[in-house]
Design a protein around this ligand. Sequence first.
Ligand code: AOS
Ligand code: ZN
Ligand code: ZN
Length: 432
Amino acid sequence: MTQFEIGDGLIAEQNRKAKAWLDEDYEHLGRVLRRRGVEIEDLVKRAQAFRVAVPSWGLGTGGTRFARFPGVGEPRDVYEKLEDCATIFKLARSTPAVSLHIPWDKPDDAADLKQFAEARGLRFDAMNSNTFQDQPGQPRSYKFGSLTHTDAEVRRQAIAHNLECIEIGKALGSKSHTVWIADGGNFPGQMHFRRALERYLESLHEIYKALPSDWRIFLEHKLYEPAFYSTVINDWGTSYYCATQLGPQAACLVDLGHHAPNVNIEMIVARLIQLGKLAGFHFNDSKYGDDDLDAGSIKPFQLFLIFNELVDAELDGTPDFHPAYMLDQSHNVTDPIESLMMSAGELARAYVQAHLVDRDALGEYQQGNDPLMALQTLKQAFTTDVGPILAMARRRAGGAIDPVGAYRSSGYRQKKSVERPVSAARLGAGIV
Ligand code: AOS
Ligand code: ZN
Ligand code: ZN
């Protein structure tokens, strides 16, 4: 059966309707920016160059520990996930890469999957291992940890799984591997803090040795959850220490939901840049914990401030500065395709706004100790509606001026609900 795809004709038709207003808004914004000495075309180029990877696990409807309310037409396997990624890429244009998760996306035939992706203009970003749940038939349990488990056999199994992820990634053309472990304790005394960290490093050294020379390994820390008292890789300091112990191919991945409340994440980003160990991001937003809400939905100013640090480093010509941008979200009540398109747009918005910061003026206000005007300089960039720049970048790249509008009018999800009948086995709680 041929699978439904959104055609270029539909996008062109939708764009035709929105073009006149976009041109008007774009022209006006161009004039406003010129007054500030900024050329709008330069910002369109920046927006067109912006890239963020989509997480395969974000394409199905997510769930909480209480329930999952599946949407219609959800992808049932990795091929259908790639179809949805292709749809996002077609409309939003900034998302040509997909981050896979093993074993959820383990391909029977990696070459075939690679070809399927390439035919849709997609490639594979970082691989992700999973030692936070047991798989059917797995000899040892991860209930009390994986790479840091007290039992060497469990550690060996978890290491072997990570090596398998790298092997699959090699066949798919990936160039990086992300390790997030759920290891930790729920009770004081349960775990020997120092020994657990030693075991982590021992395990990671084994994985590091298997990395191809042009790969990077990303260490993802997390304050708490699923362990609620202590986590082995709990903060950026621990992550930084481990990355330096491992070597130049290891660096620290910042997931925006993995910090203590009110922590200054943009400052952590600046520190990691300065120390040469910023691997990249799992973008999302959070109100209370690792909520995995849509990027920019709760704290857009924080997102802007993070991009302000990134753009500052980019413009400074920081050596070897190429952070990997990935989304890591769970869409419980929205259509995942819509959320991912919107989130990719929110990241591009923050990125372009950060490019609007008058850095000479900011430097002078910092030097002259003028906090009010320093903030004002940032705020001027943050409050500029760069929407027309983002829409123009999408249109010129063949995407949709209004991705969600075009997506809805295509009837994609309804058509997928016919192509992908719901399976009763997928109603349980938890993430997909
Ligand atoms: C878990 O909290 C981490 O954010 C992981 O990066 C990610 O959500 C997971 O690997 C996907 O299952
Ligand atoms: Zn993450
Ligand atoms: Zn997380």
